[in-house]
Ligand binder design. Structure first.
Ligand SMILES: *[C@@H]1O[C@H](CO)[C@@H](O)[C@H](O)[C@H]1NC(C)=O
Ligand SMILES: *[C@@H]1O[C@H](CO)[C@@H](O)[C@H](O)[C@H]1NC(C)=O
Length: 486
């Protein structure tokens, strides 16, 4: 249940407590018949989503060609609270936002900031000693595991799994290259020591001292050395010529955040990337996947150089208001409501679509934005321009939604016993007064309608209740949505 406690006044909190008790009571008093009805509802939504997903076939003969950059790493996945306890970090820290982490105290403060609301975040550690200590401690935790990580490899893996031929731009060592799929070609140099990302996962309701997490999520720390330089860019650019992709995807640029570049180095790299994107053939779609950016300098460069070259954008509920406030000329929003309402997200999407396309018309350069995908815990929302290159929006929304459950539960088969719907039974299409309300229908759970020059589709997510992993979720979901639209 999404209780928006963070934004209520003290009077409101009282109401929330009372309504919580009422809900709890209603839950305990729920009859078996009511439970059966809920189960039936989940089954119906699931089978309808599966039907919607199957409506579209990916051509397995002429596999779609997708080129994805940049970067890659080894993800070490641990229980976040267990790691902090192991290195003796006390939860008595006050919640405080830091753009990057220099000391253990700052790590504790930063974790205390993002953990209670359960907001995804990713921070650069500018202290090798501390980072190495964290890596060593993680290796010593009993339940740690590792996988190939980074936005580009995860999206690439999902695309290959779904039937695409993939060109991946990233620097890997030979061990990592070996675990990549056979339908993947790597462009980039081989490195001896790949970058490591530490993924501090936590489930909903986890506690760290006085703090309790409101939803499952992760806090990521890294100390990348290869990724910030887009080390694979040159080789990627060369191989792209002959690869001729149907779709070109860019992600992982948050690794450039707060990295100690030489003066002008970052802008030069982004300038080269912009050149690569602008020279893509008009028949190639360009998708840019956002991330949790906090560095205004970098965001400004992205806004000027990269965004204008993309037809399609993907992002989560934190990244959407962040980008929007930047476009409006205000400061970045580090933390937003982790469980926003559909109406709020759709209004933000409309405004983003309008602002980005307005800039495009003014400048006359780059590409118009024709696709916007926002992934949230409770639902998937897609806005796609009429008559644009992107097909099958309804099925793509269904597939994105199913992928969210598959990823977080860590299983391709969805078990309704490990899922719940947290989206309301009906939603308003906008916060504007008098807006239309749409009822969620079990047998047609993806709602699509037309507005202005675009179509909007909203699909409920069967939220996984037994979390295996949240990290990489956005990438898996975004990639799954794109696959059906190429
Ligand atoms: C870096 O981390 C180490 C180990 O936690 C610590 O001893 C040192 O003070 C930190 N350096 C700075 C500049 O905070
Ligand atoms: C996300 O996609 C990757 C493919 O790159 C897959 O190997 C992985 O299992 C997916 N994540 C989860 C937890 O399902």
């Amino acid at each position: 249940m999404a209780v928006e406690g963070g934004r209520l006044s003290s009077g409101g909190k009282y109401v929330t407590v009372v309504s919580l008790m009422v809900v709890a009571l209603a839950y305990w008093c729920r009859s078996p018949a009511q439970n059966a009805r809920l189960d039936e509802r989940l089954d119906n939504v699931l089978s309808s989503l599966l039907k919607a997903e199957r409506k579209v076939d990916i051509n397995s003969v002429s596999r779609p060609r997708v080129a994805i950059g940049f970067g890659g790493c080894v993800d070490i996945i641990v229980d976040g609270v267990a790691l902090l306890e192991k290195i003796g970090l006390q939860p008595n820290a006050r919640p405080l936002h830091h753009d990057y982490i220099q000391s253990a105290e700052q790590l504790a403060e930063s974790f205390a900031y993002f953990f209670p609301p359960g907001a995804a975040s990713e921070r650069f550690v500018l202290n090798d000693t501390l980072f190495n200590e964290l890596v060593e401690a993680s290796r010593g935790l009993p339940d740690n595991r590792w996988s190939v990580g980074g936005n580009a490899p995860v999206m690439a893996g999902r695309m290959a799994m779904e039937g695409c031929n993939v060109l991946l731009g990233g620097s890997f060592n030979s061990d990592l290259t070996e675990v990549l799929s056979q339908h993947m070609t790597v462009a980039g140099n081989t490195v001896e020591e790949p970058d490591i990302h530490l993924i501090l996962e936590y489930p909903a309701g986890a506690t760290w001292g006085q703090y309790t997490s409101r939803r499952a999520n992760r806090y990521i720390v890294h100390s990348d050395f290869h990724n910030p330089y887009l080390a694979s860019l040159e080789d990627f650019e060369r191989k792209l010529q002959s690869f001729q992709p149907d779709l070109l995807v860019v992600g992982g640029l948050q690794m450039m955040e707060n990295f100690p570049f030489q003066q002008g180095e970052r802008a030069a790299l982004l300038g080269r990337l912009a050149g690569l994107l602008s020279s893509a053939s008009p028949s190639t779609g360009v998708h840019f996947e956002m991330a949790s950016f906090v560095d205004e300098g970098l965001l400004g460069d992205l806004l000027e150089l990269i965004l204008p070259q993309a037809d399609s954008l993907g992002m989560n509920e934190q990244e959407l208001p962040n980008l929007l406030s930047l476009l409006r000329g205000s400061a970045v929003t580090v933390l937003s409501d982790p469980n926003p309402r559909v109406a709020t997200v759709l209004d933000q999407m409309r405004e983003l679509y309008r602002l980005v396309n307005h800039r495009h018309q003014q400048s006359g350069e780059g590409r118009a934005l024709t696709r916007l995908h926002v992934h949230t815990l409770a639902f998937q929302a897609l806005a796609v321009t009429h008559g644009s290159r992107w097909k099958n929006t309804m099925s793509a929304a269904a597939k994105a939604s199913l992928t969210a459950n598959r990823h977080v539960c860590g299983s391709a088969d969805i078990n309704p016993g490990k899922a719940k719907l947290i989206m309301d039974d009906s939603f308003s299409v906008s916060r504007q007064e008098g807006s239309q309300r749409i009822h969620l229908r079990d047998t047609r759970p993806v709602s699509c309608w037309d507005e202005r020059d675009y179509q909007i589709c909203v699909a409920p997510v069967l939220v996984c209740t037994e979390v295996y992993q949240t990290a990489g979720g956005g990438d898996n979901i975004s990639a799954a949505g794109l696959v059906l639209q190429i």
